[in-house]
Design a protein around this ligand. Structure first.
Ligand code: MLT
Length: 396
């Protein structure tokens, strides 16, 4: 028996586990200190009342023989029609038409971003922006794929554009970006779509943070760009949109016309999901179906507005301290330059020890993240305000 030795090429711990372990060790050593976490993007607002009510109704359905549900509907890879209708409706409002057969309900973006790689040969070359959400790199390292990086840096405002000299088969794009908060405009996304089509490549578009886009000129789905249906798969999630980090529900869109070598990727994904996945729970799906109702949208807008307020607090704090940053607008993440020329982990330790504030070291997101640091707006307003006060005091 041989193990998959590609795993030996991974760093020892997943980034957020490493950060969490350091923060917990500090708290254990200093139980009297109040440690404030602006690190992993985990939500703090309770679920919207419309979602809670829908989940209660779903529990009640499960309590009675007449309304009981077992496995979800086969026809749509275990997605319930009421949820598919609400997702299709939300895309229609962005001017994007989708059939129910193109929407695959999942338990979240992270799992689908990893699982989608089942569709592609290990011989493919992958192009990943650097810095980026570590799941893209780690899942490809696990499969032993060749990885190229598209450099994101201050010079290109952390929004790299395609380089025609680079040949790639699979391209990752995350906009609004995790970790930098940078957002592609239409022309930026169009450049990637055109490049992918010329290369015959597939874009895996991570739209997990699209709900934070308030600038109407910015695209919220890659399918707003002409030609994307022939080259892109879009992955989205209710985690940040509606606070489902613990509930778990998301969706992946695989357009019917997306084919390579004459084979439909939509068919392949349906085949993969029906074999290796049994659907998101009925209760999660019914909760999710309430998100894009009129009432649900109004309520989640209030939660998103709350996090936007936190992002403004962090941004203002950095402006006042004259520290360079991106994000914080159209994004829940603020990507700052470490002050006084510190390296990412050095600043992590400094901020934790001196201000008892936890963030995420930029170098954990890639080579180009060295010297940068990510703060999240998903905490409570009280903790965010206090963390900003402590940073102002420490870094003035
Ligand atoms: C993050 O902090 O980058 C996210 O919460 C991680 C995730 O969504 O898996």
């Amino acid at each position: 028996m041989k193990i998959n030795e590609n795993f030996l090429n991974l760093s020892e711990n997943y980034l957020f586990s490493a950060v969490g372990a350091k923060a917990s060790a500090f708290q254990r050593e200093h139980p009297e200190k109040k440690v404030l976490k602006l690190s992993i993007g985990d939500v703090t607002c309770p679920l919207a009342p419309a979602v809670i009510a829908a989940m209660h109704r779903a529990v009640e359905d499960l309590a009675h023989a007449e309304s009981f549900k077992g496995y979800g509907p086969d026809r749509y890879c275990y997605g319930y029609e009421s949820l598919l209708a609400s997702i299709a409706g939300s895309y229609a409002r962005k001017g994007v038409g989708l059939s129910y057969h193109e929407i695959f309900v999942s338990d979240g973006a992270k799992s689908d971003l990893g699982n989608l790689l089942d569709l592609f040969s290990a011989d493919n070359t992958v192009l990943i922006p650097d810095p980026v959400y570590p799941v893209y790199v780690d899942t490809n390292v696990m499969a032993g794929r060749r990885i190229l990086f598209a450099d994101a840096n201050e010079g290109n405002k952390f929004l790299p554009l395609p380089d025609e000299r680079v040949a790639a088969d699979i391209i990752y794009i995350c906009s609004p970006n995790n970790p930098t908060g940078a957002v592609y405009d239409r022309s930026g996304l169009k450049a990637w779509v055109d490049y992918a089509r010329r290369q015959g490549a597939i874009i895996l578009f991570d739209a997990a943070y699209e709900c934070f886009i308030s600038d109407r000129a910015l695209p919220r789905s890659i399918y707003e760009i002409e030609g994307a249906r022939e080259c892109a798969i879009e992955v989205c999630s209710y985690s940040k949109t509606a606070g489902f980090t613990g509930v778990r529900c998301g969706y992946t869109v695989v357009p019917e016309e997306l084919k390579r070598g004459g084979v439909s990727l939509n068919r392949l994904w349906a085949r993969r999901q029906s074999t290796k996945f049994n659907g998101a729970s009925y209760i999660s799906q019914m909760g999710a179906a309430a998100v894009f109702t009129e009432e649900g949208e109004r309520e989640i807008a209030a939660n998103i507005g709350y996090y936007r307020g936190n992002a403004r607090l962090i941004s203002q704090c950095l402006k006042d301290l004259d520290i360079w940053f991106t994000g914080g607008e159209n994004s829940p993440y603020v990507w700052m330059k470490c002050p006084r020329g510190m390296k990412s982990w050095e600043f992590f330790d400094y901020l934790l020890e001196q201000a008892n504030v936890v963030g995420t070291p930029g170098s954990g997101f890639g080579r180009n993240g060295e010297g940068f640091f990510r703060l999240t707006a998903f905490g409570t307003a009280e903790n965010t305000l206090e963390a900003c006060q402590r940073m102002r005091e420490l870094l003035k």
